[in-house]
Ligand binder design. Structure first.
Ligand SMILES: Cc1cc2nc3c(=O)[nH]c(=O)nc-3n(C[C@H](O)[C@H](O)[C@H](O)COP(=O)(O)OP(=O)(O)OC[C@H]3O[C@@H](n4cnc5c(N)ncnc54)[C@H](O)[C@@H]3O)c2cc1C
Length: 508
């Protein structure tokens, strides 16, 4: 009853962990409350038989400096000093478009990436080079913004990074149209769209450009011991800095008075006071159900969450196979498989469970991390986007069967595209659907991708509106639903930033 903290962090996803780490390293009295029995949210691991599966992370861009906005690996290792072993991913991705006869291995490195596209689509070098140069410009502008976060000189930004301003309201397609990137080249350029979950005709060019450039120019890595390794390393550091963590502790209410958060009430009825709160749970959850009394929620906050569009959820088929990758003919880490790369049509199909034009982004963990499973075995995860609404009509009695049907379609698509046989080799299988993600992370409707990053609601407009949308003076948000949008790097860096802003107000 008498417990009181400078800062409570609600939720131990990557955003919450980074926020608690930064606040505790600044010497604040910090309490992190997590409803699950483990830290990490999506960044965790689970074991079935002799396999330890990675539930979420496909890859993180390996940008060489912290100063660049997406240099999150350097932040983790050099600034935060976390003890994490990273493995390097060999190639960017293999794209297989079954209806178009496309099967191409895309390398990391901008020059090699452009050469590969030119080889497949002769005459595309010039527009693709211009597109990639523009992507680099955008990422450099992000670097400038993150270096000057405390006081941005907009004149300087316009002078140095005019393209950042010019393309601010554009979609990925609009820029490709202007630069006359041929459709066949877009087939090879666009597969990462599924990591942002918005079709390229609506996708904010700004965030797309930063994502594409950061992966292709920097390469990518994964932690050796699954993403649980990142979460555990954060926990270790938070404890080292005197922060406290409590698991199996759900926050049932955020108590407020006169526009300020005064504390929380846990599901067990315990009241804990705080000077400030950082929420890793989404604004949708906080403003719709956690703020108490609900009359304290300003109408503008409700309008704000209702105006945004929830991103999509996923289905993942986690497979532990009783044959090694060589025997199965799996040479690639990352496979993007679809009938075509018309992102608008692919997006439309994620709204139902018919699995007609489905795109899967699948990963063979052993190719980047050979020791991830016992010799002579393979870990393969097949992932496809689905909107949560697609599952709305599925009755509980039909749920397992429906998951199995979708899983079979994904396995079938993978086998045919890659020319392998995996069904007879399944030793362990687990299928995650939106309900699974909702259950383990508390995410509303099992949404994995936060709010959709369209030009009007992507990272730049969100960052610019952040202070106006700061409805409670001592409440900040971090994680995939906050201003940097979803993803490992974004969630971690948003937690860092939420802590820094909270500390600035509380004199830390
Ligand atoms: C299959 C899959 C593949 C992905 N691949 C990639 C990838 O390759 N690269 C990439 O960058 N991103 C990827 N992502 C996305 C990435 O995992 C997420 O964007 C990121 O982990 C979200 O972190 P977060 O900080 O928002 O926290 P979350 O992981 O959403 O965690 C929130 C935490 O808050 C807790 N919580 C919620 N409500 C309460 C409450 N009331 N009380 C107490 N605790 C509460 C939850 O239990 C949870 O632990 C993938 C996700 C999935 C599912």
């Amino acid at each position: 009853m008498n417990e009181s903290y400078d800062i409570i962090v609600l939720g131990s996803g990557l955003g919450g962990l980074a926020a608690a780490f930064e606040a505790s390293r600044a010497g604040k009295k910090v309490l992190l409350l997590e409803q699950h029995n483990l830290p990490g949210g999506f960044a965790t691991s689970f074991v079935r038989g002799r396999f330890e599966f990675e539930p979420s992370l496909h890859e993180m861009p390996n940008i060489p400096s912290i100063e660049e906005a997406s240099g999150v690996v350097r932040y983790l290792l050099d600034d935060a000093g976390l003890n994490i072993d990273f493995e390097t991913i060999p190639d960017a991705y293999r794209v297989i478009l079954t209806r178009g006869g496309v099967d191409v291995r895309m390398p990391f490195g901008v020059g090699a990436f452009i050469n590969t596209i030119e080889k497949q689509v002769p005459g595309s070098r010039e527009p693709v080079t211009a597109y990639m140069e523009l992507c680099r410009d955008i990422q450099e502008a992000f670097g400038y913004l993150s270096r000057n976060e405390k006081k941005v000189d907009y004149r300087e930004l316009m002078r140095r990074h005019g393209n950042f301003i010019r393309t601010g309201a554009a979609t990925a397609d609009e820029v490709a149209d202007r630069l006359k990137v041929p459709p066949a080249a877009r087939d090879l350029l666009y597969p990462y769209w599924c990591y942002l979950g918005v079709p390229t005709n609506r996708l904010s060019f700004t965030i797309w450009a930063a994502l594409l450039n950061s992966y292709i120019s920097g390469g990518a890595v994964i932690p050796r011991h699954r993403s649980h390794e990142i979460s555990s390393a954060f926990v270790e550091k938070i404890l080292e800095h005197g922060g406290r963590l409590r698991f199996n502790t759900q926050v049932a209410r955020i108590n407020t008075r006169s526009g300020r958060v005064v504390g929380v009430t846990t599901a067990a009825g315990e009241e804990i006071h705080c000077g400030a709160l950082i929420s890793n749970a989404s604004p949708t959850l906080v403003f719709n159900s956690l703020i108490h009394p609900s009359t304290e929620v300003p109408p503008a906050a409700r309008k704000n969450i209702n105006a945004r569009k929830h991103g999509f959820s996923l289905v993942v088929v986690y497979l532990g196979l009783d044959a090694g990758p060589e025997e199965l003919g799996l040479q690639d880490y990352s496979y993007f498989i679809a009938p075509h790369m018309d992102t608008r049509a692919l997006y439309e199909n994620i709204g139902n469970l018919e699995c007609r034009d489905i795109m899967q982004a699948s990963v063979c963990l052993n190719v980047a991390n050979p020791a991830c499973s016992p010799p002579g075995t393979t870990i393969l995860a097949l992932t496809a986007g689905f909107r949560s609404e697609a599952w709305a009509a599925v009755r509980p009695s039909n749920y397992v069967k429906t998951k199995e049907q979708v899983a079979r379609k994904l396995i079938d698509q993978f086998e045919k595209a890659v020319g392998t046989s995996i069904l007879p080799h399944i030793e362990e299988v687990e299928v995650a659907a939106p309900a699974t993600f909702a259950r383990y992370t508390g995410a509303y409707d099992g949404i994995v991708y936060g709010y959709e990053p369209e030009p009007w609601d992507s990272i730049v407009p969100r960052a610019m509106a952040e202070e106006k949308e700061h409805y409670f003076e001592n409440l900040r948000f971090c994680g995939g639903f906050s201003y940097r949008c979803h993803g490992y790097g974004s969630s971690i860096l948003s937690g860092k930033s939420a802590a820094e802003k909270t500390l600035a107000r509380t004199g830390g």
